[in-house]
Design a protein around this ligand. Structure first.
Ligand code: HMG
Ligand code: MG
Length: 314
């Protein structure tokens, strides 16, 4: 038996194929206290692409004082220009842009996929964007309009969809209101973030249903889980059961948000891929190559990966 391949038992009604949206180089690294050399980040991106990840979010064009780890965004993209990216085009790697200044920086580097990131709550909008809940839309509106005019693809994140460390419970209706407004601005895809990992499976199902009832097609939704309470994989399966086909994950389970201290690592890409392959769902990802990448990165970061699958196979 190949120990890196789970037995495949498909479940009726689940999707045949899922898009794994890799956020490790951005969400995974943004919270690392010690600066990771640009060459290591570039090698990470290239190895993730070589492992078959269809989407690899590369970095953020945010204020360098707010996220010092990603202050090398331009350098990273230029470094990638000189590398073999395994048939991927560097311009197609998504990057985060909070405002028009961020968009200008992304356009200068020829980026074709950008992501804005909103908050479902007032407090986190203030803490993460230095804007109120309402003002975030004023900041995003020209970003999305200009990006679309230039033919760019825009993703919108919503943070604190399942709970907020300052405000507590976040009603489903509030998340739907924020999310549909971001889609109405012109974003193509909405990624629903459990920034602090407090969501549970029934809550996930209720939120996905509330969006579909509000008229948002399932193929415009992605789910973005952090694993603070060990629920990320169960939550991903609940969303699969609702028909969601795009999941964000971070290689090796790295991650967190520097502006939400109760946020820990993202759902590990390896754990997600193991589950999906066990369900007979295609991802295009080579799990061995991915585990080897996370094991290599753990060595560079000086601590073991929190992913159970990396620990089992690495
Ligand atoms: P601000 O201080 O309000 O910015 O920050 P401002 O518009 O007042 O401008 C102040 C100065 O910053 C100006 O320079 C601007 O040019 C400059 P000055 O004229 O004084 O010399 N500036 C910039 N420089 C470079 N790049 C830029 C930029 N923007 C302004 N883009 C801002 C507002 C949004 C910029 C700031 O709050 C920020 O950078 N926030 C980013 C926070 C962040 O990156 N958080 C992590 C990502 S979100 C996340 O992890 C959650 C997610 O994973 C989903 C989930 O898990 O829920 C996506
Ligand atoms: Mg996140």
């Amino acid at each position: 038996m190949n120990r890196t391949t789970p037995s495949s038992y498909p479940v009726a009604g689940y999707p045949d194929r899922v898009t794994v949206y890799e956020v490790g180089p951005r969400d995974g690294l943004q919270n690392e206290a010690a600066l990771v050399p640009t060459e290591v980040k570039a090698e990470l991106v290239a190895r993730l692409l070589a492992a078959g990840l269809p989407v690899v979010e590369a970095t953020s064009f945010v204020h360098p004082r707010w996220v010092p780890q990603l202050a090398d965004a331009e350098d990273l993209l230029r470094t990638l220009d000189g590398m073999d990216l395994h048939h991927a085009d560097r311009r197609d790697l998504p990057v985060l842009v909070p405002n028009e200044r961020g968009l200008d920086r992304a356009l200068e580097l020829g980026c074709r996929h950008v992501a804005i990131f909103g908050s479902a709550t007032e407090t986190f909008a203030q803490r993460n964007l230095n804007r109120g809940l309402e003002d975030q839309f004023t900041m995003f509106e020209p970003v999305v309009a200009r990006a679309r005019q230039q033919g760019l693809d825009v993703r919108a994140y919503v943070s604190m969809c399942f709970g907020d460390p300052w405000e507590g419970a976040v009603p489903v209706e509030q998340v739907v209101r924020v999310g549909t407004r971001l889609l109405d601005l012109g974003a193509g895809q909405l990624s629903l973030g459990d920034t602090i990992g407090v969501g549970t499976a029934g809550h996930v199902r209720a939120l996905v249903r509330a969006f579909t009832e509000a008229g948002v097609p399932l193929d415009r939704l992605a789910l973005h889980f952090h694993d603070t309470y060990g629920q990320a994989l169960a939550n991903a399966e609940a969303a699969l059961g609702e028909g969601v086909t795009t999941f964000d994950a971070s290689a090796g389970g790295l991650g967190g948000c520097p502006y939400a201290h109760s946020a820990t690592g993202n759902l590990a890409t390896e754990d997600l891929v193991w589950m999906l392959h066990g369900l007979g769902i295609e991802t295009g990802v080579d799990l061995d190559a991915l585990v080897a990448t996370s094991t290599w990165l753990a060595g560079r970061l000086g601590r073991p990966s929190p992913s159970a699958v990396v620990r089992a196979l690495g």
